[in-house]
Design a binder for this molecule. Structure first.
Ligand code: FES
Length: 273
């Protein structure tokens, strides 16, 4: 790994096309979109997507790109609605992403065309989390994160001014595979303490911005606010270290494996690495 892999945009572009375009990626906890019309949107590894629960209770992840002129249809991180109306020219979609209507001046010639529906992505629900895959066909998804977990206790959102790899390295630091800790490449860790499970999800927003979602099962999420604040503080300090050339040491097998797999991504992707 080089300093610029943490602080420049080039590595992020390679990761976007050589990793995030093909891996199963977590989007949110199912509990974040528990009711009909609940949605969550995010840019994950450079891909703009949103997840929504329809009236029948099914969860879908869709590309957040209007079929009129490719602008984002969902512009808030979360919410609830009956349908999605693109704010640019008014194309409207139902909770399954199907085209409903458009104002006459911008109406499509063939309103029955299947090409007008928002692009659905491969979606999987695993142990209370919603995953998506940009690829078609998508590979098999991991069947379990080690759950089932106890009752969903909420999700904390922490915005961190760091590269996503700094966040993952921090989550792996000082850890090893054990019954109480697991890393799920590339973005998830699961920590267990008795009946409590804490799933940390790194969301690579940009090459210098990471959203950490702390999904808590078995107790109230608020109990973990202080820990999330500490992660933010440490990661932002470590981001400055990486930018200054002080790189992470492969001090355990998980971090060594993380760097090895990243090296394979960069080899696949071409110019970075
Ligand atoms: S880009 Fe969405 S309606 Fe035009």
């Amino acid at each position: 790994m080089k300093s610029e892999d943490y602080s420049g945009p080039e590595a992020f572009q390679v990761e976007k096309r050589a990793m995030f375009a093909t891996e199963w990626l977590p989007l949110c906890a199912e509990g974040q979109i528990a009711g009909p019309g609940d949605f969550v949107s995010a840019s994950v590894g450079g891909w703009s997507v949103f997840g929504v629960r329809d009236k029948e209770g099914a969860v879908r992840v869709l590309r957040n790109a209007c079929r009129h002129q490719n602008m984002p249809v969902v512009n808030t991180p979360s919410g609830n609605c009956e349908s999605f109306r693109c704010r640019f020219h008014g194309w409207t979609y139902d909770l399954q992403g199907r085209f409903l209507s458009a104002p006459p001046p911008v109406a499509p010639k063939d309103p029955g065309s299947l090409d007008l529906h928002l692009a659905p992505l491969a979606t999987a629900l695993v142990d209370g989390l919603a995953f998506f895959n940009m690829g078609a066909p998508a590979p098999a998804v991991a069947p379990s994160l080690g759950g089932p977990f106890s009752a969903y206790g909420g999700t904390l959102t922490t915005e961190i001014a760091c590269n996503w790899k700094v966040c993952v390295e921090h989550l792996l630091a000082g850890k090893g595979p054990s019954p109480d800790f697991a890393w799920h490449w590339p973005l998830l860790t699961v920590r267990r303490a008795g009946a409590v499970a804490i799933v940390e999800q790194a969301v690579p927003h940009t090459f210098l911005r990471t959203r950490l979602l702390t999904h808590v099962f078995g107790c109230a999420a608020e109990n973990h606010q202080q820990a999330a604040d500490t992660i933010k503080h440490v990661c932002e300090r470590q981001q400055a270290d990486r930018a200054a050339g002080k790189l992470a040491i492969d001090d355990n097998s998980l971090i060594a494996d993380f760097h090895l797999r990243l090296a394979e991504v960069y080899a696949r992707g071409g110019e970075a690495g």
